[in-house]
Design a protein around this ligand. Structure first.
Ligand code: SF4
Length: 162
């Protein structure tokens, strides 16, 4: 993904965040502990590339996959901060949490998020990267085994309809 695609994707994410600006979060970081919520953010390849680029900008490497009882995100620091906050994916900006105030995002925010996802997919299709969304831990695991091997495996899954 080139600089243009990256800038476009970041501006889409910022737009969603602006629309959700009046939602208050208690900052417990529970949503970053996937075994607590039973959910994990799914990222398009564009969002994953943003995460990788943000780490690179900070001079950091990708963290190893993590084993923990609460299923914490590999990008959650010991101080309960997001290491890639500036480039965190759409799912991490959406406040789909019962404890957020107001408790549920308004319809306009849902519509905006859906449009943003469609736009991200368009950015994705115009790049040479593989398309498709995956859980954040799956992206990380695929990166550890090597992007080309992961891409071959993904193509094989698509071909076989898996
Ligand atoms: S990427 Fe950041 S905000 Fe999203 S789940 Fe991981 S630590 Fe939390």
């Amino acid at each position: 993904m080139g600089d243009d695609g990256r800038a476009r994707a970041l501006s889409i994410l910022a737009e969603v965040e602006g629309a959700l600006a009046d939602i208050r979060c208690q900052g417990s970081a529970d949503c970053c502990r996937f075994a607590v919520t039973g959910r994990e953010p799914w990222l398009t390849v564009v969002e994953w590339r943003l995460v990788v680029a943000e780490l690179r900008r900070q001079g950091r490497r990708l963290p190893p996959p993590r084993e923990s009882d609460d299923g914490r995100c590999p990008f959650l620091t010991d101080q309960a901060r997001c290491q890639v906050y500036a480039a965190r994916p759409l799912g991490c900006r959406s406040h789909f949490c019962e404890r957020a105030t107001p408790p549920a995002p308004h319809a306009s925010a849902f519509r905006l998020a859906a449009r943003a996802l469609a736009e991200l997919s368009a950015v994705e299709a115009s790049s040479n990267d593989d398309a498709g969304s995956r859980p954040i831990t799956s992206w990380l695991a695929a990166e550890q085994v090597g992007p080309s091997r992961a891409r071959r495996a993904q193509r094989a899954r698509r071909r076989d309809g898996r």
